[in-house]
Design a protein around this ligand. Structure first.
Ligand SMILES: CC(C)(COP(=O)(O)OP(=O)(O)OC[C@H]1O[C@@H](n2cnc3c(N)ncnc32)[C@H](O)[C@@H]1OP(=O)(O)O)[C@@H](O)C(=O)NCCC(=O)NCCS
Length: 160
């Protein structure tokens, strides 16, 4: 049976355009998941996200379609990765993952949400529609394979 890292890596391999160099390696992912500050959510193609907190086996027929990887430190929750497999995009799974991100963050006692994206990522529309606003820019933060640089934009949302 595939484990949860297999599910996430299978989505990662298809979801991130290699030109931006945003996909994590399996080593990076499994290393981060060994930290107590890192959390994840998987979502199925049917929009259901089983509670995987205990790394339990996926329900029968689970088709992994997307995931988030997040970090919680001292009341601050940060979205490290969000990805939906291209075959399952445009059906609201990304928005559902953002809702779960916020819900999970609240349950961990977060007061402030953060995320960072390369400046030309169309996901900005999703983030803004979830209430996130840009709070800062890191100039030339991303180095692309072709040598170009792109700014990183930090978005934040205060939870009330
Ligand atoms: C960003 C991403 C997770 C969105 O997943 P999704 O399941 O297609 O999102 P949804 O169907 O829930 O769409 C949510 C909203 O965002 C908008 N949106 C999402 N991706 C978009 C894109 N690439 N271009 C334009 N709009 C986009 C949709 O129009 C939608 O708005 P609506 O509800 O008003 O119609 C997905 O495109 C993805 O995996 N991208 C590659 C990975 C990535 O760049 N992640 C972010 C950096 S870590």
């Amino acid at each position: 049976m595939m484990d949860h890292i297999d599910y996430m890596m299978a989505i990662m391999a298809e979801a991130f355009d290699p030109q931006w160099g945003e996909a994590w390696t399996r080593r990076q992912l499994s290393g981060s998941l060994s930290l107590p500050t890192i959390f994840y959510r998987l979502i199925g193609a049917d929009g259901v996200s089983p509670d995987f907190a205990t790394n339990a086996a996926a329900p029968e027929g689970f088709t992994p379609a997307g995931f988030t990887l997040t970090r919680h430190i001292s009341g601050e929750e940060e979205l490290l990765l969000i990805a939906v497999h291209p075959a399952h995009r445009g059906k609201g799974l990304g928005r559902k993952l953002m809702e779960l991100f916020e819900q999970d963050a609240r349950s961990r006692g977060a007061a402030q949400m953060f995320l960072e994206m390369r400046s030309n990522n169309p996901a900005e529309r999703l983030y803004r529609s979830c209430g996130y606003l840009p709070i800062g820019k890191r100039k030339d933060y991303y180095r692309l394979k072709n040598g170009d640089r792109l700014d990183a934009v930090t978005f934040s949302l205060a939870l009330t």
